[in-house]
Design a protein around this ligand. Structure first.
Ligand code: ADP
Ligand code: MG
Length: 392
């Protein structure tokens, strides 16, 4: 990433006519296991990936923040600090505006500055380019404020920062996301996955740093039309199932309770299927943590397949492209497990593999995908990366 940081600094200088004073970064993420559990108060297990949004910044002269992005050429944004910060155009900068507004509401005295972003997180691909943009924005604005008034160095905990970024995405970008993406972008550690309790906000770092392991991320590059409505419908079905079971959330149910309710005719149809997935998936996260802690990757891999099948059959959020990647991976030597990741209906699949044959496995999957769909799926390899940090 060194050359691209140099490129970003040159682009910053060419665009703003002054040198960047500092550079910060925040990564994208994938969720290893625990899908569609967040809004059921369950557990998730993401890692930060080796793809990131980098932001160069410099304190400016006026009462404004200027945001520019290499991924949004010609769509420059400006925030007037003498007024209330509101959503506006261009759309992409609402993630940044929302973060500025949230930091100010938290008590940070914002300073006029210039910020330029460059990202190699695929945008809209389910790897959370949005959270990496939000967290990179926060890192830049906090650094600029501290450079102007060191005594203003903000006291914001990682949890508070994650909530500020999440609120920005809700209120300014109109996306009702959970807290996972922002949390991992902030708290990610190299060689660690983050177990996050979506009810309490508690976190625990779980070993995921074996040098003989690599995670392949395969992008279907599709987003099927059912995506948005399908998500809301499933959330409602989960809440409906929890209500029938008389529990606050499906987190509070378990397998036997669900089957009892099914036998008694209390739970049926789609609600029963959704509840089976959520309860089973929360259980799998617990087992996955044990498997990783014991270095038992075959066991972890079986849980990945189990998660995929449950998402495909009970939650009905997979698609042909995701299923194909998992089925291409399964019989290939050196593969521990594979599953869709993210909300579904497209986006990415992940494949846990041995490091040595990783490139050959990626080739097998991309070629198999091409013979089925007429185009290759982009695949990259990653290990668990560092969360947000100051680069210089
Ligand atoms: P994902 O988070 O899965 O990549 P989202 O739809 O949540 O997909 O977020 C994508 C949106 O985030 C883009 O449409 C754009 O508005 C914004 N975004 C993310 N990264 C950048 C960037 N580097 N420059 C400009 N906008 C970005
Ligand atoms: Mg997003």
């Amino acid at each position: 990433m060194n050359t691209s940081i140099d490129q970003l600094k040159s682009a910053f200088e060419a665009s703003f006519g002054r040198k960047a004073a500092g550079v910060v970064r925040a990564p994208g993420r994938v969720n290893l296991i625990g899908e569609h559990t967040d809004y059921n108060d369950g557990f998730v297990l993401p890692i930060a990936i080796e793809r990131q949004t980098v932001a160069a910044w410099s304190v400016g002269e006026g009462e404004a923040i200027r945001f520019r992005s290499a991924q949004a050429p010609g769509e420059d944004a400006e925030v007037d600090l003498s007024a209330d910060i509101q959503p506006g155009g261009p759309k992409w900068a609402n993630y940044c505006r929302g973060v500025a507004a949230g930091l100010r509401a938290h008590g940070l005295v914002l300073t006029g500055c210039d910020v330029m972003f460059a990202s190699d997180v695929p945008i809209g691909g389910g790897l959370s380019s949005s959270a990496s943009l939000e967290v990179a924005t926060a890192m830049a604005l906090i650094a600029a404020a501290a450079a102007t008034a060191p005594e203003s160095r903000s006291k914001i905990t990682p949890r508070e920062l994650a909530l500020i970024c999440q609120k920005a995405e809700h209120d300014f970008a109109g996306a009702p996301c959970g807290i996972m993406d922002q949390s991992i972008a902030i708290l990610g550690q190299p060689g660690r996955a983050l177990l996050l309790d979506c009810r309490s906000g508690e976190t625990r770092q779980i070993p995921f740093g074996d040098p003989n392991l690599v995670l392949l991320v395969a992008d279907t590059e599709v987003k099927h039309a059912i995506s948005d409505g399908g998500y809301a419908a499933r959330r409602d079905q989960c809440y409906g199932a929890a209500a029938r079971l008389a529990v606050p959330a499906l987190r509070d149910a378990d397998g036997p309770r669900i089957e009892q309710a099914a036998a008694a005719g209390l739970l049926a149809g789609k609600e029963l299927m959704r509840a089976r997935h959520v309860v089973g998936e929360i259980e799998r996260v617990g087992q996955a943590v044990e498997a990783l802690s014991a270095g038992d990757y075959p066991a972890f891999g079986r849980l990945m397949y189990g998660s995929h099948e449950s998402l495909r059959d009970d939650y009905e959020v997979s698609c042909d492209e995701l299923d194909a990647i998992v089925e291409l991976a399964r019989p290939t030597g050196g593969v521990y497990g594979a599953r869709m990741t993210g909300g579904g209906f497209g986006g990415c699949a992940i494949v846990l593999v041995q490091a040595d044959p990783a490139a050959a496995i990626a080739e097998t999957i991309a070629a198999g995908f091409a013979s089925r769909f007429g185009r290759r799926c982009p695949i990259f390899a990653t290990r668990a990366a560092q969360g947000a940090s100051v680069v210089e």
